[in-house]
Structures are given as C-alpha cells and as structure tokens.
Design a protein around this ligand. Sequence first.
Ligand SMILES: [Zn+2]
Length: 308
Amino acid sequence: MANDKVILRGRHRRYLYVLEGSTICGEAHVTASQEEMALLWHRRLGHMSKKGMEVLYKQDLLSGLKSSKLEFCEHCVFGKHKRSAFGFEIHRSTKVLEYAHSNVWSKSPIPSHSGKEYYISFINDYSRYVWVYFLHHKSEEGITRHLTTFYTPEQNGVAEQLNRTLLERARSMLSHSSLPPEFWAEVVNTTAYLVNLSPCSAVQLKTPFELWHKRVPNYSRLRVFGCVAYAHTPRENRTKLDPKAKKWYFIGYQQGVKGYRLWDPVDCKLIVNRDVSFNEARSLKEGRKLMLLILTRASLTHRELRGR
Ligand SMILES: [Zn+2]
C-alpha cells in the first residue's frame, strides 16, 4: 500500500505473498516505458553504446527520453558490439580536409541485393566523418579513390577500426530486423550514416556530423532499421477503391534528400519516399512465409533495383 492505493495484489501463503497479475499503478509502469524508450532509441541509433547514448541524452537530443538506462540487448551480443568501447584512435588532424583514412572490405560472402560485392570506406581524420561506397568488383576501387581526392592509400588502424565498428553495428541491426543477409549493403550504409551521428571519443565526444557540417544533427527523423513503414500512394498510381497507402519495410536513409528508402518484399521494389508513417515495433519477423518469399526473390531483382 502507498497513499492508500493498492499497488500489487497477492495471496498469502505461509511466509510469502504470491503476486497475482501485474502492477496496477505506480512507478513500475513508468520505469518500464522509459526502458522501452531507451531501447527504441538504441535501435534507432543502430545499437549505439550506452556511453554514446548518455552523451546525446544529456544534451536533450533524443526526444521523449527521460533516462539513458539501457536494458540487455540480445542483438548487440549477436553483433559482438562492445557497448563500452566507442570512438577510434587519438585525434591528430587540426583541419577538416587535412586527410582521410580508407579501407576496402574483403569480398562479401554473398552479393548485395543489387549485386555489389565490396565496399570501400573513407574516414576523415579531423572530424571522423565516414563515407562508404559499394563496388561490383575490387577493380572499381581505383575509380572511387580517384573521385575522393583526399585519402591516405595505406591501410591503417583508424580505417580498420572503423570497418570493425561498421560491421559490428550492421550485424546487430540485421539481426534485429530479420532481413536476409543480401541487405548487407543497405545496413552498412545506414550504419555509416548513424556512426556520423554518434559521439566519438577521438573527437572529445562530439559527433562527426557536427564537426563536418558545423551544426548539431537532428535525430528526430531516425527510425528503427527494418521496421514496417506505410507510404502514401500517389493518386495517379491507384484507383478510387485502392488503399491510399502501401506497406513497406524501412531500409535506410537516402543520401542528399530527406527521403526514406523503403522496400516491398512482395513486388521486390525499392522506393524513396518522404511521406511515411512507421510502426517501429513491427519488423519482418511477422511471417515466415513472407521471409521465404524474400529469400527466393531477392536474388532475382538486381536490375529492377537502383542504388545498392
Ligand atoms: Zn543493441
């Protein structure tokens, strides 16, 4: 009893009260929803470390979050993401464009859903800002490097550590989303986007985004990778009796525009759309039948899909 209100009910058995049902009122409920909120933000941020989330929480950048207390995340274990470790080596550069590190990922065990087998990453030394490019063949590496004028050709610790971070967080996101591994390029691209929004110890817990763009990033558009998304169907693409929206799955952020990349597993179609409603509690785990459909059809769609 607290303030004459019943908090819990239970049957008296010998020396114990056996509790019945769940809490009726009180703080327990509030705590649970805050933990859920922390977990939601942890997923939106691509399984960011607790320490990184704390930095953003203290700056009041994560809407609705009242505590950075994070409960156990199984997908972090699957991704072997060490929550305590974040950020890279000691910072050296003093200007934004001074130099970048780069690294080519060894051949993927399977091609991406658009046929890419490699990716090359660049990390700007001063800001720790990250870019990733996806390649069909390793021979394209030279072309990508030519396009990016600032890099150090030798492989080094910073770039290798970046690739480890990218893959650990990408594995956690893929595990949580239940998307097939053919989506590795989408998830690595999303991870790079989120790494740029993550506090980094090498740059005094600032984010690469704020050092590169000279403004604090906006976290409000982040959503859980792989969740259900409903996109408005334009009038010209539907009849009067067709639904006004269609169900998709969210597979990342489109570079250069404010749109979301959405995927339809039934028609194997990818779109970029801004007019989207999300159900972040739902993902592909909904149906095994749908999953089998995806696995059989994902490899047939390379030419239909643009981008990754
Ligand atoms: Zn996690």
